[in-house]
Ligand binder design. Structure first.
Ligand SMILES: *Cc1c(COP(=O)(O)O)cnc(C)c1O
Length: 437
């Protein structure tokens, strides 16, 4: 009796491509992607990992769950609000809606009334100015680093000002993450970094001694991701303003965090309104940190300086895209974004939710401090609660569906619900149950 090779029963490519559901998938996915899914299922069947009669269903399942992007949504159960590895700020529903609407043709540079070309991003600019009246003008660029590069380039390099100095305290020469350092970033513009003071103490006279005709601007950086404690001294914007006026140089403040107005929960985080009121000519910040919006760089401040930045050729290379402009505007005019809600989450409600989840899976809760993250408010604890699971659950949670990122600490897997929207509690429970099975 001759045995028929079971591999001969593997469905042929043509037959699979002809299936109605596969043809339907071609409205969402390219031919190359669909063929790759088909060939992968056939290969698995040839290797004996898949029964020949399961090839079709495997192809259909993979195609239906294929979203076009391999980026996977993650439930952030770390308690870290601005989690850089998870894309920083999650957008508000209003921002998502605006972003989707802007995906097609939009009037981003057009005045529909007159039919004439308009300035790019006027709506986002107007929203920022309404939210931060201390600023005379605003410019949105690609990210915070781009805002700083554009500002230092325009104020300390170029015709007439080539190779001028950016005066900055040694206590503020920070690495912002992934090996990127502000001093390198500034040096890359051709400006000359003029370091003053020491790591822990910088005085007004340190700045005064460094200022001269070669000065392009004074830069004050918020050292957002660390805090120097003990014998320290720094010079505030108010004192620097007087010095800048004396020497006729611009005063630039890189805030990083992106708060437009002060937040009492984070008393040490600088905000644009206060920094401008204290005398900064221009401030730069990120859109996707404490502001809770899309990746963007904000430049806010005096009209002539913002205009100077906007006119610089580099501005074109760092301009914000229409999706970011739409989402930023919606974030600024909208209600409290997820970042703000998570920061200000009610401790009692966090405890109740954690207890419900813990009880449902037979685990216990422990007090747990969340963090601001994203290089903001170092050392500021956000008191809350966590569900404590065995450490082995962590890998299974990350690999689960939905993917869940817990905090692994002290030999335990901790789930802090601060950054999990309450509406996702049931999905989180299902994911935890699956991980503990
Ligand atoms: C985060 C940060 C930056 C960089 O902003 P991106 O939006 O990440 O480019 C620059 N300066 C400070 C002080 C920061 O905290």
């Amino acid at each position: 009796m001759s045995q028929v090779d079971p591999r001969r029963a593997i469905p042929r490519t043509d037959a699979l491509l002809e299936l109605p559901a596969v043809r339907q998938a071609a409205t969402r996915l390219g031919d190359r992607t669909i063929r790759a899914v088909v060939h992968d299922a056939q290969d698995r069947a040839r290797r004996g990992e898949l029964a020949p009669d399961a090839v079709e269903s495997s192809v259909l399942e993979r195609l239906s769950s294929h979203s076009g992007s391999t980026l996977r949504p993650v439930l952030n159960a770390t308690g870290v609000v601005i989690h850089t590895n998870l894309g920083r700020a999650p957008l508000s529903a209003a921002a998502v809606e605006a972003l989707v609407a802007a995906a097609g043709y939009v009037d981003v540079e057009l005045d529909l009334e007159t039919g004439a070309r308009s300035k790019r991003g006027v709506a986002a600019r107007a929203a920022l100015l309404a939210a931060c009246p201390a600023a005379e003008d605003a410019l949105v660029v690609n990210n915070g680093a781009a805002a700083l590069v554009l500002a230092t380039t325009a104020l300390a390099t170029g015709p007439g000002v080539a190779g001028k100095e950016v005066v900055v305290s040694r206590g503020e020469l920070i690495e912002i993450g992934a090996g990127f350092r502000l001093p390198d970033l500034i040096a890359s513009t051709g400006a000359v970094l003029r370091e003053v003071g020491t790591t822990n103490r910088t005085h007004l006279h340190d700045y005064a001694e460094a200022l001269g005709p070669q000065t392009g601007c004074i830069l004050k950086v918020h050292p957002s991701n660390f805090a120097v404690q003990g014998f320290t001294a720094a010079v505030g914007l108010r004192e620097l303003r007087a010095l800048a006026d004396e020497h006729g140089v611009a005063l630039l403040a890189d805030l990083g965090s992106g708060l437009l107005a002060a937040d009492t929960l984070l008393p040490d985080e600088p905000d644009a309104a206060s920094a401008l009121a204290a005398g900064a000519d221009v401030v730069t910040a990120s859109g996707d940190k404490l502001l809770g919006g899309p990746q963007a760089g904000l430049v806010l401040g005096r009209r002539e300086i913002v205009a100077r930045l906007a006119r610089h050729p580099l501005a074109r290379a760092v301009r914000a895209d229409k999706l970011a402009l739409a989402a930023l505007e919606a974030t600024v005019v909208g209600g409290l974004p997820p970042v703000t809600l998570a920061l200000h989450a009610d401790t009692e409600s966090l405890r109740c939710r954690a207890e419900l989840l813990a009880t449902a899976v037979g685990a216990e809760t422990v007090p747990h401090d969340g963090r601001v993250g994203g290089g903001g408010a170092p050392g500021v604890p956000l008191p809350g609660w966590a569900v404590r699971l065995p450490e082995t659950a962590a890998a299974r949670l990350r690999a689960g569906d939905p993917a869940v990122l817990p905090r692994v600490h002290d030999g335990a897997c901790l789930l802090d619900l601060r950054c999990v929207p309450e509406a996702d509690d049931a999905r989180l429970l299902a994911a935890v149950r699956a991980a503990l099975e």
